[in-house]
Design a protein around this ligand. Structure first.
Ligand SMILES: [Fe+2]
Length: 210
């Protein structure tokens, strides 16, 4: 190889590796998209905020509705797990009612539904909780929100994230203003995935570093 050819070869190699670095950067995973907080973040103190929302400590009953389990991992944009993340989640009960003083719909409260949980991601950023399928709301409205669970996620060193988990194959998804405002790619990230187990869904959360 003469010197000109060698120079061109080196130049091509450098440009090639630079391009692959840039491509790798462009391919970093998108963080979970943000969504509206909504009007019903809990304001009434509640002692029981554990990972089983179908039972309330001190009460013998079980929440009404379809019991589901949701598990997943909190990851950074390179898909490394993040441990000790605070996962604050709240949702409507099976009737589409929030346990919140500002929810004035006529849908009934379910005293056996915990409605709010604060979890920590554990080993490998994993979390799991048991709840009921949230109802659409408001009751009898032509503009019902599709079923969803609100999440507020925080971890030092990462952008805090307010988002909503959506469910697959929900007929109201296509009519929901918030869900509809997202791109297809965002909708995929915000929608829990079915698994081989009935009523068990997978939902991963990706956080962006500060
Ligand atoms: Fe909501």
């Amino acid at each position: 190889m003469n010197s000109i050819k060698r120079r061109n070869f080196i130049k091509t190699a450098i440009l090639g590796s630079l391009a692959s670095v840039l491509t790798a950067k462009a391919q970093a995973n998108m963080a979970t998209p943000r969504d509206a907080q909504g009007p019903f973040y809990p304001i009434t103190p509640q002692k029981d905020k554990d990972a089983d929302l179908t039972k309330v400590k001190g009460k013998s009953g079980t929440a009404k509705g379809q019991i589901i389990e949701i598990f997943g991992q909190v990851l950074d944009q390179d898909l490394n797990p993040i441990e000790d993340v605070t996962i604050d989640l709240w949702q409507a009960n099976t009737f589409g009612k929030y346990h919140h003083p500002h929810d004035d719909s006529e849908a009934p409260i379910d005293e056996n539904f915990q409605s709010w949980a604060i979890l920590q991601s554990g080993t490998e950023g994993k979390f799991r909780f048991k709840t009921v399928m949230p109802g659409a709301y408001p009751l009898n409205s032509p503009d019902q929100r599709t079923p969803h669970i609100h999440f507020k996620i925080s971890k030092f060193g990462y952008h805090s994230l307010l988002t909503q988990l959506y469910f697959p194959d929900q007929p109201l998804n296509d009519k929901d203003g918030l869900y509809g405002s997202k791109s297809k790619e965002q909708q995929v990230m915000m929608t829990a995935k079915t698994t081989a187990q009935k009523n068990v869904l997978k939902y991963d959360i990706i956080l962006a570093k500060v």
